[in-house]
Design a protein around this ligand. Structure first.
Ligand SMILES: [Zn+2]
Length: 124
């Protein structure tokens, strides 16, 4: 009997490695899709994919973390590689599956509070 390893298996394995790594290095936890909170700002909404369990000096954080694409969806600003140029809490670098590139790349995760602060800045 042979065991076929599919690309999906490899991706799933690597996603699990990333999740493990993110937890050990950054205390960032991956949410099962659809299991996280819905983050809504104005008319836009995204699923929570990552949650921060780090302590930034004032107890357990617990904030949702957003990918740049998610942050752009909420801010409505697509013209910038850096949707949150000056986050109050440093962005967390995590390898992520990019469906557009069909591969993995390192991306920043932003705290929800920094994304909402950015929107308030833009809206004056
Ligand atoms: Zn945090």
């Amino acid at each position: 009997m042979t065991t076929a390893i599919t690309l999906n298996d490899l991706i799933e394995t690597h996603l699990n490695e990333i999740a493990q790594d993110a937890w050990e290095k950054h205390r960032v936890m991956r949410r099962v899709h659809g299991d996280g909170r819905v983050l809504q700002l104005g008319a836009a909404a995204v699923w929570e994919l990552w949650t921060c369990h780090a302590d930034h000096g004032y107890g357990l954080c617990g904030e949702p973390l957003l990918t740049p694409a998610q942050a752009s969806t909420l801010t409505g600003l697509w013209n910038d590689d850096l949707p949150v140029p000056d986050p109050k809490i440093p962005a967390v670098e995590i390898e992520q599956l990019d469906s557009a590139l069909d591969g993995f790349l390192i991306d920043d995760l932003y705290h929800f509070s920094d994304v909402t602060a950015e929107i308030q800045k833009v809206n004056g």
